[in-house]
Design a protein around this ligand. Structure first.
Ligand SMILES: Cc1cc2nc3c(=O)[nH]c(=O)nc-3n(C[C@H](O)[C@H](O)[C@H](O)COP(=O)(O)OP(=O)(O)OC[C@H]3O[C@@H](n4cnc5c(N)ncnc54)[C@H](O)[C@@H]3O)c2cc1C
Length: 596
């Protein structure tokens, strides 16, 4: 066992982890543990943009952004948190610009902005240009910029270290345990505070936009230790993943004018969202695609539709909509626009599909994309452990792994990147203040014992089922039964299947018994985390008998504010679970019906 000591340890080096590290490192000594090399984190794949009401191209206000966020989240959003996020976004985007982030520019040199789903001018109800972007590589630029700043600030990185356990002693966090992937050694980090920024868990589903590393390790560890997870039933399906592969085609394509087309060549979103059409929020569009497919209007009757950005088609629709540039000329998309504004997307389509988006429409289907729920926190990133908002001293979280909750039942595009930088910063600052006030707590005896026990159990078997087989079955059942549409029958079946898989997992067999880069072992360990999260996702989805945002129950098709305007908090108790509830924070936006 190898021992390290830092005031604060941050687990995860995506946008949230790096922003927290940057701010905490201004005040205290910080170590960052990441199972990936930092700039390989999923934040680097974010394409479309980061939302902030800069108003560079037209009138916009952070209050409009807050309202859109709350409405988009189907009123499950904690409104105090959304107000903080949308207000702080404006300053933080400028701060990122000053750090050197190369945003695209308007002709007069300001940060360029484009429309995105659900972001509107609250007066005219029309799409507003709010998403700040660096081509379709915004997340990549954020990650590179923040990483450089962290290096400049002497943050110490532990690259390719996998977090496996949180150490809590005498009611407070005292550190964590991590596995060094290169050597197979366990490391104990003695710390005053631990900050989780481990991202999402889209790998629970088989068609997903998420990277292989997104397996929900930290929330699963928290759950096992008896701490709650919030709103786990809400997982977003992004409408436009590449057919069968799930690789994301950014909403920015529709922001630039792209339209969805069914097998009859109809622009079908007009039926489901007459005003915003293809720029309605993601839950609405994913459901519309499923309904078109169910009605036999997929392409050639199959289970996909087209996303079309060909200038000839798109300009025809622009003419129908009467869309104009700010100078009054008719808006036109050209092949050059696609190459300049969506270069990576064009490249993905050509590489993975053999489809040239300038000349052909892209086959797409909804893809598992984003966790709205997660580790509950307050607006300063402090981890909450019960329905009365008590905190666990020394525990922090931000980014996709956390539930603060700014996305409620459905996240708007561009709002995750904002969430990362706003709450990463706030959490980093709050954590540094805490570290300055307290001493190191004593480590428990044998701090690495529980982790060693888990790994030894996985390595000890000489035969059994492979992790890959169990994972595939889990991903299939999650896709089929815990997807865009849910029913009691589907969810009950899913729970039974997942429990059966958990049983099989007791005998999972790891063939590689080696120490160095034992990905076989790590994948088996991660599968244990994913099975726990799959079980609580299905349980919470079964429990919530209404439809709201990303959680659509065919058997309870209406939103039910009387009984369900509340957050779910699920706790593990022995082999069982207990569900509690927390009220939604409402400041000034009373729940209304969502009309797009
Ligand atoms: C393809 C794609 C495109 C997207 N586009 C946009 C967009 O345009 N705009 C937008 O707002 N949002 C977008 N999103 C969502 C957004 O990118 C993510 O929600 C966000 O980047 C998550 O950031 P994060 O910092 O929370 O975690 P991540 O960036 O996912 O980083 C997770 C970190 O945790 C580490 N980690 C995980 N588990 C462990 C462990 N056990 N031990 C040690 N380290 C661990 C990893 O190494 C990594 O460093 C997109 C998402 C995807 C998948």
């Amino acid at each position: 066992m190898i021992y390290h000591k830092h005031d604060a340890v941050i687990v995860g080096a995506g946008g949230a982890g790096l922003m927290a590290a940057l701010y905490a490192s201004k005040e205290v000594n910080v170590g960052v543990i990441s199972k990936l090399y930092p700039t390989r984190s999923h934040t680097g794949t974010a394409q479309g943009g980061i939302g902030a009401a800069l108003g560079n191209l037209e009138e916009d206000h952070w209050e409009w952004h807050a309202f859109d966020t709350i409405k988009g989240g189907d009123y499950l959003v904690d409104q105090d948190a959304a107000e903080i996020m949308c207000r702080d976004a404006v300053g933080i985007v400028l701060e990122l610009e000053h750090m050197g982030l190369p945003f695209d520019r308007t002709p007069d040199g300001k940060i360029s902005q484009r429309p995105f789903g659900g972001h509107t001018n609250n007066v005219t109800k029309q799409p507003v240009r709010r998403a700040c972007h660096a081509a379709d590589r915004t997340g990549h630029m954020i990650l590179q910029t923040l990483y450089q700043q962290c290096i400049k600030n002497n943050v110490q990185f532990y690259d390719e270290f996998q977090f496996m356990d949180l150490l809590v002693n005498e009611g407070r966090v005292v550190g964590c345990v991590a596995y060094e992937i290169k050597t197979g050694e366990l490391h104990v980090f003695h710390a005053k505070a631990v900050f989780f920024a481990t991202g999402g868990w889209g790998r629970l589903w088989n068609v997903t936009s998420n990277a292989h590393s997104l397996t929900g390790d930290a929330p699963a560890v928290m759950l096992r230790k008896g701490y709650p997870l919030e709103d786990m039933e809400f997982f977003q399906f992004h409408p436009t993943g590449i057919y069968k592969m799930g690789i994301l085609i950014t909403e920015g394509v529709r922001g630039e004018g792209g339209v969805l087309i069914n097998g009859l060549g109809e622009r079908f979103m007009a039926r489901y969202a007459p005003t915003l059409k293809d720029l309605a929020s993601r839950d609405v569009i994913s459901r519309a695609i499923y309904l078109e497919i169910a009605a036999g209007r997929g392409i050639n009757g199959q289970d996909y539709v087209y996303l079309d950005v060909r200038p000839e088609t798109v300009n025809r629709y622009f003419d129908e909509d009467g869309k104009k540039n700010p100078d009054g000329t008719p808006r036109r998309i050209t092949a050059a626009d696609i190459e300049k504004k969506l270069p990576d997307i064009a490249d993905f389509c050509r590489t993975y599909l053999g489809v040239d988006p300038v000349k052909q429409p892209m086959p797409i289907q909804p893809t598992a994309h984003y966790a709205m729920g997660g580790i509950p926190t307050d607006v300063d990133g402090r981890v909450i452990v019960d329905v009365d908002n008590s905190v666990l001293p020394g525990a922090y979280a931000a980014g996709e792994v956390a539930c603060v909750s700014v996305h409620g039942a459905n996240r708007l595009g561009t709002n995750s990147l904002v969430d990362l930088v706003v709450f990463g910063k706030r959490g980093g600052i709050a954590m540094a203040q805490y570290c300055k006030q307290v001493d190191y707590g004593p480590l428990p005896p044998n701090p690495e014992a529980e982790t060693r026990r888990q790994l030894d159990a996985l390595l000890s078997r000489t035969s059994g089922t492979s992790a890959a087989a169990i994972r595939r079955s889990m991903q299939d059942v999650m896709m089929r039964n815990v997807g865009v549409f849910r029913t009691e029958k589907l969810l009950t079946e899913a729970l039974e299947k997942i429990r059966d898989l958990k049983h099989q997992y007791q005998n999972v067999y790891v063939a590689d018994k080696g120490k160095r880069f034992n990905t076989d072992l790590l994948e088996a360990w991660e599968l244990g985390c994913m099975l726990d999260l799959a079980e609580v996702t299905a349980l919470c989805a079964l429990n919530r008998t209404e439809s709201r945002g990303g959680h659509a129950r065919d058997d309870y098709p209406k939103r039910d504010d009387v009984n369900w305007l509340k957050h779910t908090m699920i706790f593990k108790q022995g082999d069982n679970y207990r569900i509690g509830y927390k009220p939604v924070v409402i400041t000034k936006y009373q729940p209304m019906e969502r009309v797009y």
